[in-house]
Write a protein that binds this ligand. Structure first.
Ligand SMILES: O=C(O)CCC(=O)C(=O)O
Ligand SMILES: [Fe+2]
Length: 372
C-alpha cells in the first residue's frame, strides 16, 4: 500500500464536463486517489460564480454581526432538531474540559426534517436583515453535474443512490481569533475539535483566514499544503519547502481562492466497509486577528434512511488502508444502520444544552422527547 500522502490534492472539476473521455477518466482516477488516500481535497473550476461566493461570506458576516438578542430569537436551544444559532463559547461554557468544547458560532439554517416543526420553520422564514435568499440557492454546489455522469468511483457506483438523501445541510460558522477581547476562545484554541463529519460528503467554502487542519492516517496533524504544480501560489510554498520538513509549514488546509474543500463523511465510510475512510479534521482559532468565516454544505442521508450492506469488490477492498490512527474514538463512529440515530447521538454530544432542553433519558437508557 502506498504511504499516506501529505498533500491535499486539487481536482479540476471542469474535466468532468470535457468531451474528451480521457479527461473524464483522469478526473475519476484523481478523485478515487484523493478519496482513498487523503479523504480531503480541493476542487477548482467548479462553476460557482466568485461573486456569489463573496456575497455568501459577506452575508454570513452580516448575520454574525447582528445583536445577540436578534440571533437569540432563532437560537438552537429552541429547536428539538438542532437547527438554529449557537453562540460563541456555548459548548465551552457547558463542558469546558470536554473534547467537544470549542469556540465558534454557528448557524445551521436548512431544515433537517420535513413536516411541521415550528422552530425549523421559523428559522427558514426568518427575516434576517441583509439576507438574500437567492445567494443560498446559488451557492449550493452543482452536484447534479457530477451525478449525471454516473461514473464508477471505486466500485461503489449506484450504492450511494440506494441511500435516500436528506436535504443539504447548510451551515455558516464564525471562528473568532485567539485574543479576541469579546469572544475569547478556550485556551486550547480549538474552533472545533477533532471529528469526522457524519454524512456522505461535505463541500466547504472558506474565507482567506485559514485554520482547518487534517489528520493523516498515521495520526499526525500535519501540513496539508495543496499540490498544484502549475499554480504560482504553490510554487511559492515549494520554494520555501526545498530544505525544510513538512512540519515547518502552517498545518492547514490553506485557503485557495475560488476553490471548495471536500471531504467524505462517516456514512460513506460505513457504506464502503471502511475502504474510504472519513478523515479526521479540526479547526484552530487563528492568530491572524480576524474572524474566520466558513460555509460548509453537508450532503447526508435522510435521517430515517437505513444504510444498506453493500458488497464492495475485492479489488477495491484491497486498497483499503490497513490502519488509520484518529483522535476520534471508535465508539463515537457510525454504529447504527439508521443514519439519523447516529447523527442524533453526535448532535446530542455537541449540543448538550439543546439535548437537555428537549429530551430525557429513561432509566432503561432510551431517549424520548420531553412532554409539553
Ligand atoms: O469550518 C470549517 O472549516 C470546518 C467545519 C467542520 O469541520 C464541521 O463543521 O464539520
Ligand atoms: Fe467537519
Amino acid at each position: 500500500m502506498p504511504a499516506p500522502t501529505r498533500h491535499l490534492p486539487v481536482l479540476d472539476f471542469s474535466l468532468l464536463s470535457s468531451t474528451d473521455l480521457a479527461d473524464v477518466s483522469r478526473f475519476v482516477a484523481e478523485l478515487r486517489h484523493a478519496a482513498l488516500r487523503v479523504g480531503f481535497f480541493y476542487v477548482e473550476n467548479h462553476g460557482v460564480d466568485e461573486r456569489v461566493q463573496r456575497e455568501m461570506v459577506e452575508q454570513a458576516r452580516r448575520f454574525f454581526r447582528l445583536s445577540l438578542k436578534e440571533k437569540g430569537e432563532i437560537a438552537m436551544e429552541g429547536s428539538p432538531h438542532f437547527r438554529g444559532y449557537t453562540r460563541i463559547g456555548e459548548t465551552a461554557r457547558l463542558r469546558p474540559r470536554a473534547p467537544t468544547a470549542h469556540t465558534r458560532a454557528g448557524f445551521p439554517s436548512a431544515p433537517q426534517h420535513p413536516g411541521p416543526e415550528p422552530v425549523a420553520a421559523r428559522v427558514e422564514r426568518a427575516q434576517i436583515p441583509g439576507r438574500d435568499a437567492r445567494v443560498h440557492g446559488g451557492a449550493v454546489w452543482r452536484c447534479e453535474k457530477a451525478d449525471a455522469r454516473r461514473h464508477q468511483v471505486g466500485g461503489v457506483r449506484g450504492t450511494v443512490r440506494r441511500v435516500r438523501l436528506g436535504p443539504a445541510d447548510f451551515v455558516e460558522y464564525r471562528y473568532p481569533p485567539m485574543g479576541d477581547e469579546v469572544d475569547r476562545p478556550v485556551d486550547h484554541g480549538l474552533g472545533v475539535g477533532p471529528h469526522k463529519d457524519y454524512g456522505f460528503l461535505t463541500v466547504l467554502m472558506q474565507d482567506d483566514v485559514g485554520g482547518l487542519q487534517v489528520q493523516t492516517a498515521d495520526g499526525e496533524w500535519i501540513v496539508c499544503i495543496p499540490k498544484i504544480p502549475s499554480n504560482s501560489f504553490n510554487l511559492r510554498h515549494q520554494r520555501r519547502s526545498s530544505n525544510t520538513s513538512y512540519s515547518t509549514f502552517p498545518q492547514d488546509a490553506t485557503p485557495i481562492p475560488n476553490t471548495f474543500v471536500i471531504n467524505i463523511g462517516e456514512a460513506f465510510e460505513r457504506l464502503t466497509q471502511r475502504c474510504y475512510v472519513a478523515t479526521t479534521h479540526r479547526v484552530l482559532n487563528n492568530a491572524a486577528g480576524r474572524d474566520r468565516i466558513s460555509v460548509p454544505v453537508f450532503f447526508n442521508p435522510a435521517v430515517d434512511a437505513r444504510m444498506p450492506d453493500v458488497r464492495v469488490p475485492d479489488d477495491i477492498l484491497a486498497l483499503a488502508p490497513a490502519r488509520v490512527i484518529s483522535d476520534v474514538k471508535e465508539h463515537q463512529l457510525l454504529q447504527d444502520s439508521i443514519y439519523g440515530v447516529n447523527a442524533f447521538k453526535g448532535l446530542s454530544r455537541s449540543h448538550v444544552n439543546v439535548f437537555e432542553r428537549w429530551y430525557v433519558v429513561s432509566e432503561e437508557g432510551t431517549v424520548r422527547r420531553k412532554e409539553g
